[in-house]
Ligand binder design. Sequence first.
Ligand SMILES: Cc1cc2nc3c(=O)[nH]c(=O)nc-3n(C[C@@H](O)[C@@H](O)[C@H](O)COP(=O)(O)OP(=O)(O)OC[C@H]3O[C@@H](n4cnc5c(N)ncnc54)[C@H](O)[C@@H]3O)c2cc1C
Ligand code: FES
Ligand code: FES
Length: 488
Amino acid sequence: MNHRAIRFFHRGEIVEVADAPPTRTLLEWLREDRRCTGTKEGCAEGDCGACTVVVGELGADGALALEPVNACIRFLPTLDGKAVFTVEDLKQGDALHPVQQAMVDCHGSQCGFCTPGFVMSLWAGYERHRSAGTRPTRQQLADDLSGNLCRCTGYRPILDAGERMFELPAQPLDPAPIVAALRSMQSDPPLQLARGFHAPRTLAGLAALREARPDARLLAGATDLGLWVTKQLRELGELIYLGEVAELRRIECVDGALQIGAGASLESAWKALVGQWPALRDLWLRFASPPIRNAGTMGGNVANGSPIGDSAPVLIALDAQILLRRGEWLRSMALADFYVDYMKNRLERGEFVQGLRVPLNPAAQVRAYKISKRFDSDISAVCAGLAIELDGGLLSSARFAFGGMAATVRRASAAEAAVVGRPWNEASARAAAAALAQDFEPLSDMRASAGYRLRVAGNLLQRLWLETRADDPLPERALSVWSREANA
Ligand SMILES: Cc1cc2nc3c(=O)[nH]c(=O)nc-3n(C[C@@H](O)[C@@H](O)[C@H](O)COP(=O)(O)OP(=O)(O)OC[C@H]3O[C@@H](n4cnc5c(N)ncnc54)[C@H](O)[C@@H]3O)c2cc1C
Ligand code: FES
Ligand code: FES
């Protein structure tokens, strides 16, 4: 086996890191080895954004694509072949970057602990809007910053800075040297580390490796696995990293279905889903935060089997199939049948999730609702994916899937049976809500009590009716922060 150093671009040069444990985080490397201490550690679990940095990669069009991510849960080998930007990159000579200057001008920093993270999230948006010739709305700025917490300044001055930064003399990033460095690293062989890290680049290579090493752990975006290391101090053992397999990141419409590769980021996968079903937009924008959605994958979100994951309820409501691969053998099953018990699924030894197939059914009316204590970047207490089809005023089909109500995400078959074949009216919606008690015996935990969960799930069925009833449906703008803004 050919082992080599991890190589990536940082602060104007390609750096090489040999002998790092595969789970050494980017944050540890930055602060302890590179002595770039601008990037801070707050929570070490992807929640606070103090560690936000920007990762650059060549997109399919060959241009530099920049994405904010959380350095605290990003394993160093996954940066191989990429570029990393930290707050130290912004200042030129003595002159602050417009993002930093705007934070000063608008009093966007007090203790300053959160500031480098905010600055890097703002910088990613600055570069994106500047190159597109656009300006973000106040709501878009708030969305961009939903993964950054500030406990002493408050958000208004920071949002002011997000507007102000475009009024200052522009300081665009020159992508040429970075693109050249990224291109030069493309000829490096696939990364393998002596301490047990493999990064295959083809689907066939991944399938063969997985079959040959069924005890190795699959690593995708590490937004779950990163916390196993930083919070539970677990050893992950041998790792097979999925992030270098371009075929696994593909999203395309094929034969009447949206096909989402397991390695597609949550951000790109949800964007594609919203492109087909615009009513899913609120759940997309309330799913974690931009840094988590950029790093985490759709495959990881469905494979982990969490009963409170937000993708599974929606995908089950959309009647998605999950594609499972072992070696050259591919099988598929309804995602609804994939989960067997708490955090247990039907993956067999040597198998992995290759992707999802979501039928494009124009007759279905689809909604998704997330109930959580905090509006932004919080885990769901209850998440509902609801899809109905009407035929002449009668419900010909209903698929109601809930997360947070049982040990697995699953369909509410009694509630569905209560409405199928009946007129879609308030009485039917109430009957479905009442039937939920036959479907679920939810738990009480720190997120919600059992009684609250049952009540709110029923209320979401009522809300579905209010939004989809033939007479006087509730307009979306009455329900969504984002629609209100679009119609302002
Ligand atoms: C701050 C924060 C906020 C979050 N908010 C939300 C939220 O709002 N909603 C929500 O649903 N989730 C949320 N999550 C969790 C979510 O980010 C993860 O569930 C994520 O989707 C997992 O994907 P990953 O690529 O990061 O997987 P990893 O962490 O790399 O892996 C997770 C598990 O899946 C396995 N795995 C990964 N890919 C595959 C594959 N292709 N085949 C088989 N097994 C595979 C891994 O072996 C591992 O067991 C949040 C996480 C954090 C840290
Ligand atoms: S340190 Fe809090 S998100 Fe990384
Ligand atoms: S300035 Fe102190 S936490 Fe934000």
